[in-house]
Write a protein that binds this ligand. Structure first.
Ligand SMILES: [Zn+2]
Length: 242
């Protein structure tokens, strides 16, 4: 009885789902753009940043990031900002005119537009924690396989070898979980200049990705695809158990 209890506790301790809760802080505290940051620290190791909700009309990324924020880092540090543009999410709009487009504002400016201030605050976190992996969660109108002008179901990878290798492996992984051919992810596009992944990958040389799901699926399905890709990449980085 006693031994089995100890085994159970050891199993629970080994499970990422029940490890210590993440520390919570606030990005841009005291401003209208204040938003929660969740930091989970494991043993010494790499740091990964996951962001959602940069665009307020792409709610699956924010939903997925909220789930990712519940994960505990087994090694290194997991930093999650689920709702980068809270005001736009509340308005169900890509952004608000007075804020600007966060995902075209990197590396940002601390005294710039609100979008530039948010981008600069994220950029400061990347430097503060020595982040090596950046994943930004987005959504697109439709399926890339049906309409090549849409980025839906694409994993955009930064223009460096590590990002390309990880993207191929992550697409293989998530496509193994998706039955319908049209919903399978496509490899082959890079992040857009000014985006978080472009800056992190092309300027800082990090492994960096923009995940784009197709909005023509239920939000739970889109969020599950985001979570599957993020968990895979975090596992490869060694931040959460694979
Ligand atoms: Zn977007």
């Amino acid at each position: 009885m006693r031994i089995s209890s100890i085994v159970l506790v050891l199993l629970l301790l080994a499970s990422p789902a029940v490890a210590a809760a993440a520390e919570q802080s606030v990005l841009l505290p005291g401003t209208p753009y204040a938003t929660e940051v969740f930091v989970s620290r494991g043993a010494a190791g790499p740091a990964a940043l996951v962001t959602g909700g940069a665009h307020g009309n792409e709610p699956a990324g924010a939903l997925a990031a909220e789930k990712i924020a519940q994960l505990a880092a087994s090694r290194g540090t997991l930093i999650v900002i689920p709702r980068l543009n809270k005001l736009a999410l509340a308005a169900h709009l890509r952004t608000l005119p007075e804020i600007g487009d966060i995902n075209r504002a990197y590396p940002g400016r601390p005294d710039g537009t609100p979008a530039e201030q948010i981008a600069a605050a994220v950029e400061a976190l990347v430097r503060q924690y020595g982040v090596t992996l950046v994943i930004d969660l987005h959504e697109a109108r439709t399926f890339h396989r049906l309409d090549h002008t849409s980025l839906g179901q694409m994993l955009l990878f930064a223009a460096n070898d590590r990002s390309a290798d990880l993207a191929l492996a992550a697409i293989d992984h998530v496509n193994g979980l998706i039955a319908e051919p049209v919903k399978k992810f496509t490899f082959g596009a890079h992040p857009i200049p000014g985006s978080a992944a472009y800056y992190a990958g092309n300027t800082l040389g990090l492994a960096a990705f923009t995940v784009e799901t197709s909005g023509e699926q239920a939000i739970e399905e889109r969020a599950a695809q985001h979570v599957a890709i993020v968990r895979f990449l975090l596992g490869r980085e060694g931040v959460v158990a694979e």
